[in-house]
Design a protein around this ligand. Structure first.
Ligand code: SF4
Length: 484
């Protein structure tokens, strides 16, 4: 049935889409462990796993500890080749039995389904996030979208269970048009949610760069014509397969910009470690670039340089700090410096989320803060302005500081305190900037590690976890009956 918010693609959009050229890409992907088990992986990728590792993983197949049920295995030849010289890259891409030893974690991290008014859209903050793909060219073992990529069923607000679906252009455009019309009619904020106009969309997944240029162009023009002013493309393709950023992709971007010059594009890239983009010698050392800095992999350098020529487009890096991959201040310092040298801003570093299996990947929160803080010693202001963020279901929260000295007269501060600040609130903009302070717990990997030592909490950051603990400790009806 047609509604007032049906999309009517303009002649400009049709002309743009007709001009887009697609390429075929030979990523040489291995999907799943079976090819490794059977010895059928290409010769130059076969030795990613040792025979002993394969035997251990084979024994877990079909059991509750099956690593591929938690997160499917996928790797590109480009990443595999570079990983030969890099232990952190191997840790990022290789399945290990450790990841299913403890399967504790949230099936829907960040409670995204509570903020999903349309399938495939998360409208939690002032920007909307859309899932446009459910896979990437390769899969990080720590992936915080493992529920989407492994197609797991998650609980909806109405109690039903279903895998997360992908966004559909018509439905998303209809939602944006309707939402923004209601905001306009209400004088600038939405009558039910209090949110402002939806101006910005993050295309995510999975990785949008697994889509064809035509498919990406369809999304871009539809969002532009729905009134979106900024589109972010969240991608790790620069690490997994930099050749995807070829001339046909750049041509599509240029044509989009020519057709919709008012829409800003932001490439949100995802490098975890400098090994992913720097050339290494046989001993794994970086190579000085005679022109300054360090020598990049030629195809990554080319892709970044091409994006960098387009002054109407910004490039930002954001990445989680993960155990055994980049919990290394020296590596992060090199990465931040090199990225900034090549026009890539250092945006956020994240603490790992409470995904299923997170205990195998998460660095303690205080340790992550210390690592990032140390990594930024010696960086200039423009190189080292990334924040450490941890995503609470209430909103994006910054780990502002970790102190070492007791504060006289303040309970729980014997070893110092940790300070959190709300950067972006899911619902209530007035909460932005509010803080929570807790006594230190160096082994905490999630907010639940601080419930017994809260010093100050104007945010209610710990309320739910305290309530959960009280509920768990309350006597059961059977225990109460036994007492009576
Ligand atoms: S690139 Fe992002 S979405 Fe894809 S597997 Fe890695 S963490 Fe997950």
């Amino acid at each position: 049935m047609s509604t007032a918010y049906e999309r009517q693609p303009s002649p400009k959009s049709e002309a743009f889409l007709a001009s887009v050229e697609n390429s075929k890409y030979d990523r040489q992907i291995i999907t799943g462990l079976q090819k490794f088990f059977d010895g059928k992986a290409p010769a130059n990728m076969r030795d990613l796993y040792s025979p002993v590792e394969l035997q251990t993983l084979r024994e877990l197949r079909g059991t509750p500890k099956d690593v591929e049920k938690r997160m499917p295995v996928k790797v590109t030849r480009h990443y595999c080749e570079q990983a030969k010289k890099s232990a952190p890259m191997r840790t990022l891409i290789k399945a290990t039995p450790a990841e299913t030893v403890d399967l504790d974690g949230a099936p829907d991290p960040g409670r995204q389904m509570d903020y999903s008014p349309v399938e495939g859209l998360i409208h939690k903050y002032e920007l909307g996030l859309i899932y446009v793909a459910s896979t990437c060219s390769a899969h990080c073992r720590f992936c915080y979208r493992e529920e989407l990529i492994a197609r797991k069923e998650v609980e909806r607000p109405d109690g039903t269970m279903a895998p997360k679906g992908l966004a559909q252009i018509e439905e998303i455009v209809r939602y944006i048009l309707k939402h923004n019309a209601e905001v306009r009619a209400n004088g600038g904020t939405h009558p039910q949610t209090g949110r402002e106009k939806l101006r910005e969309i993050l295309m995510s997944g999975g990785d949008p760069m697994v889509l064809s240029n035509s498919n990406l162009a369809s999304w871009l023009s539809a969002l532009a014509e729905a009134g979106i002013e900024q589109v972010r493309i969240g991608t790790k393709e620069m690490a997994f397969f930099p050749d995807r950023f070829d001339a046909t992709f750049m041509d599509m971007l240029d044509k989009f910009h020519a057709a919709y010059p008012g829409v800003q594009l932001r490439m949100m890239v995802h490098f975890n470690h400098p090994d992913e983009f720097l050339q290494m010698d046989d001993a794994g050392g970086y190579i000085d670039d005679p022109a300054g800095g360090l020598t990049w992999l030629p195809n990554t350098r080319r892709a970044v340089a091409e994006l960098g020529k387009r002054e109407w487009l910004s490039i930002d890096n954001q990445a989680p700090i993960i155990k055994g991959i980049n919990d290394d201040a020296d590596a992060l310092r090199i990465m931040q410096r090199e990225l900034r040298r090549h026009r890539i801003e250092n945006h956020y570093f994240f603490c790992g989320r409470d995904i299923v299996g997170h205990k195998a990947f998460n660095v303690p929160i205080e340790e992550a803060w210390r690592i990032l803080n140390n990594s930024q010693k010696g960086l200039s202001g423009v190189e080292g302005h990334a924040l450490l963020s941890i995503t609470h279901y209430k909103g994006k929260t910054e780990v502002v500081a970790v102190t070492n000295q007791p504060i006289k007269g303040v309970a729980h501060s014997e070893r110092g305190v940790i300070i959190f600040k709300l950067l972006r609130s899911a619902k209530d903009a007035p909460d932005k900037g509010k803080v929570a302070i807790a006594g230190r717990n160096p082994s905490a990997i999630w907010f639940s590690g601080y419930t017994d030592r809260v010093v100050f909490d104007e945010l209610g950051l710990f309320d739910e976890y305290i309530a959960l603990e009280k509920k768990a400790q309350a006597p059961t009806p059977m225990q109460l009956a036994a007492v009576e």
